[in-house]
Design a protein around this ligand. Structure first.
Ligand code: PFF
Length: 458
């Protein structure tokens, strides 16, 4: 007799592909198009990219499989899933803290994520109105500086983006999201390819390829390694229950390994394409520097749009698609908390979305001010950061909370769960041992080594 399977009270994806699209929508976001290029620039290129790619393969993919597996087995919000599974495996209830930590990380990430998505929203109008075409390269940089140093405007865009997010969350993940992702992700990919095509003609394409793929290991500081690994978690939406909660809506017969690999490859491809689109532009304008920080794409891409034929349309479309990519990610950042409120506090989905939205919006004000009144410089393991609270939130979540969450998820899936159960859920055949080896030894060991190395550096 097989055991009775849990059923999620929140519904289920209509197919394996719906899950792949939604999870890819969660993974592909600002992390790929905005963050990956700017941190790659800050940490010196090739060697950083290599550590990121190795982290995706050896840590990211096995942990993604573990998250989906735990989610599908628990079929509840991550907090309740972990509590339920801990009990079912005869382990201590403290494992539910993985879920709590994830909820907190989701709040903190969304609080700044929404502010940056607000920049992209603002740029839809800046490109669409022709403002960027009119001003030349110095003017384009001024437009950026003016935007981020105006807290009122940032707050307005942040508010609009939070409302957009909460509307979709309130409607239920399935109705709002599946459709958006199905059409808009392919569109994003096409526009990215057009931009790469443009970048190839700048005369600096090979410089960019060298920068991205030729490792210079002397640039690999402890901070760079930690950030590259942390980014693997961030970009794949791992370590905080987002993929776990999406996994809890996954039909029973879907292959967890295949879906996880497809999602990870798609995500990585988008990040690399973004790099190939952006760095040739950076290298063709001497006044731009790869280490420009969070403003990098907002100062480079408009330069390209200002010059290319049809730039007004492509530019506007591109920023719209960045907003959409951010939108499909932000929903997954808050879904673990919303699902828990529905399950444990008996709230309706709408009420849960409102509460979560207001709380996140309030925390977001700290980021709004980080680029003006609350800006300060500090040294993070050899790299100077300029945007006080925002940088601290980013480092705390992406470099510490997500890897820590991922580490615990790996330990739970690899060591706490009975082999019989993970075998049954993953249904992998012979390759099960590969996953088992990675999740038991390699992934946790690598996370630990990077963190220990960090302490040595400090
Ligand atoms: N993966 C998203 C991105 O790359 O933009 C960000 C993200 C979404 C991180 C969901 C974490 C998460 F749970």
């Amino acid at each position: 007799m097989s055991e009775v399977k849990n059923v999620s009270i929140h519904g289920q994806w209509s197919s394996r592909w719906a899950f792949i699209l939604a999870a890819t929508g969660s993974a592909v976001g600002l992390g790929n198009i905005w963050k990956f290029p700017y941190i790659t620039g800050e940490y010196g290129g090739g060697a950083f990219v290599l550590v990121y790619l190795v982290s995706v393969a050896l840590i990211g993919i096995p942990i993604m499989m573990a998250e989906v597996m735990l989610g599908r087995r628990g079929r509840q919000s991550p907090i309740n899933t972990m509590r339920y599974l801990a009990k079912a495996e005869g382990r201590h209830g403290i494992w539910s803290w993985i879920g709590w930590m994830g909820v907190l990380a989701g709040f903190l990430i969304l609080s700044y994520y929404s502010v940056i998505a607000g920049w992209a929203l603002a740029y839809v109008f800046r490109t669409g109105s022709g403002a960027i075409q009119a001003v030349g390269s110095a003017g384009i940089r001024n437009i950026f500086t003016e935007l981020v140093s105006d807290p009122e405007r940032l707050l307005a865009w942040h508010t609009i983006f939070m409302v957009m997010t909460m509307v979709v969350v309130a409607r239920g993940v399935k109705n709002g999201l599946e459709t958006a992702v199905r059409y808009l992700m392919p569109a994003l990919l096409i526009l990215l390819l057009i931009l790469v095509g443009y970048a190839m003609n700048t005369g600096h394409f090979y410089e960019a390829v060298d920068f991205l793929f030729k490792p210079d290991f002397s640039k690999l500081t402890g901070g760079a390694i930690l950030t590259a690994m942390g980014h693997a978690f961030f970009t794949l939406s791992l370590g905080m229950g987002a993929i776990m909660v999406y996994g809890s809506y996954l039909p029973d017969n879907a292959s967890i390994a295949r879906t996880s690999i497809i999602i990870s490859i798609a995500d990585t491809a988008v990040a690399l394409l973004a790099g190939l689109a952006i760095f040739p532009i950076v290298f063709s304008f001497p006044e731009l520097s790869p280490g420009a920080g969070p403003g990098l794409i907002f100062q480079t891409l408009p330069m390209a749009f200002a010059q290319m034929p049809g730039g007004l349309i492509f530019g506007t479309l591109f920023f719209i698609l960045i907003v959409v990519a951010a939108w499909t990610s932000s929903i997954s950042l808050i879904e673990p908390a919303v699902a828990w409120l529905i399950e444990n506090r008996g709230m309706t989905r709408i009420m849960a979305a409102v509460w979560c939205g207001v709380a996140t919006w309030l925390v977001g004000i700290a980021t709004v001010l980080s680029f003006s009144k609350w800006a300060f410089d500090f040294n993070f393991l050899g790299t100077v950061k300029h945007n006080g609270v925002f940088d601290i939130l980013d480092i705390l979540t992406a470099n510490i909370m997500l890897p820590a969450g991922g580490f615990l998820i790996a330990i739970f899936a690899g060591w706490m769960m009975k082999e019989k159960h993970s075998r049954e859920e993953l249904a992998l055949g012979y390759s099960y041992t590969v996953w088992q080896f990675l999740i038991k030894y390699i992934a946790p060991a690598l996370v630990l080594v990077v963190i220990l190395n960090l302490f040595e550096v400090i």
